[in-house]
Ligand binder design. Structure first.
Ligand code: KIV
Ligand code: NA
Length: 268
């Protein structure tokens, strides 16, 4: 068994080659993605992707732990990070440590991700000083949707850009091993990447980021209702699944499935 990538190894990749990252939520998908990825994120996007929630706000710590355990069973190579869900870390650094420790102990993953910049710096420093590797997340922060009112890309005004710059620096100074930069104008993500010492992992950000991440169900084309600008479909699985269900239904109705080869016969 090969040793998995560590947060320290991810951090050390800055300036070498782009860091390859995707989300994963289940054992079989993790197994397929793992050989090709440096980092797999068990993102709280699973609330929307797997459970049909409108936002990530309703995702619970127990859901994250269950999916984190599933992903860990499928991974031999990539570093695995699990998102701290909304409400599990914002109250205090002690609350954040308690819940991060549960994630590490119950899943065996390598670290946690949390959203927030300057306002989370003390928490990030508290966790990293106590043995919890932290992946930061600045720019568009989906857990803030109730306060911000939507999912638009950020950094067009000087005020907004300054805040994101300060957030990224605060997260890096607090000891995070890497930071997701989500949904910003491209030059801002590029500038932040050049100005901080830890890897930036972009989503709707810039090709200049130190790595990229996408929601795997998005890049696999499992949804065909809505494709944001930053998503590229590297496969079109939705029509493949629809077609399989259609053919199955036809064969069941026509009694051509199951065939003799799918049935068990008594011994002669
Ligand atoms: O929850 C998630 O999938 C994420 C990534 C898209 C960065 O936070
Ligand atoms: Na997330």
């Amino acid at each position: 068994q090969t040793k998995r990538m560590t947060p320290a190894a991810i951090e050390a990749m800055k300036g070498t080659r782009p860091i390859v990252s995707l989300t994963a939520y289940t054992t079989p998908i993790a197994r397929l993605l793992d050989p090709h990825c440096d980092l797999l994120l068990v993102g709280d996007s699973l609330g929307m992707v797997l459970y049909g929630m409108e936002t990530t706000v309703g995702v619970t710590l127990d859901m994250m732990i269950a999916h984190g355990q599933g992903v860990m069973r499928g991974v031999k190579h990539a570093c695995v990070i699990v998102d701290l869900p909304f409400g599990s870390y914002q109250e205090s650094k002690e609350q954040a440590f308690r819940n991060a420790a549960r994630i590490l102990k119950e899943t065996g993953c390598d670290g946690v991700k949390l959203e927030g910049g300057e306002e989370m710096a003390d928490t990030i420093a508290f966790l990293t000083a106590r043995g919890v590797p932290v992946f930061g997340h600045v720019g568009l922060m989906p857990q803030q949707v109730n306060a911000t009112g939507g999912y638009r890309s950020l950094g067009r005004s000087d005020k907004e850009a300054d805040k994101i710059r300060r957030d990224a620096k605060a997260v890096a100074d607090a000891g995070a091993f890497a930071v997701v930069v989500e949904g910003t104008i491209e030059p801002l993500a590029r500038e932040i990447t050049a100005s901080i010492g830890i890897p930036t992992i972009g989503i709707g950000a810039s090709p200049a980021c130190d790595g990229q991440i996408l929601v795997s169900d998005d890049m696999l084309g499992l949804f065909n209702d809505f494709k944001p600008r930053f998503v590229k479909h590297f496969a079109e699985l939705a029509p493949v699944i629809s077609k399989a269900a259609e053919t199955y239904a036809e064969e069941v109705k026509a009694r051509t499935f199951p065939g003799p080869e799918h049935t068990f016969q008594p011994k002669k």
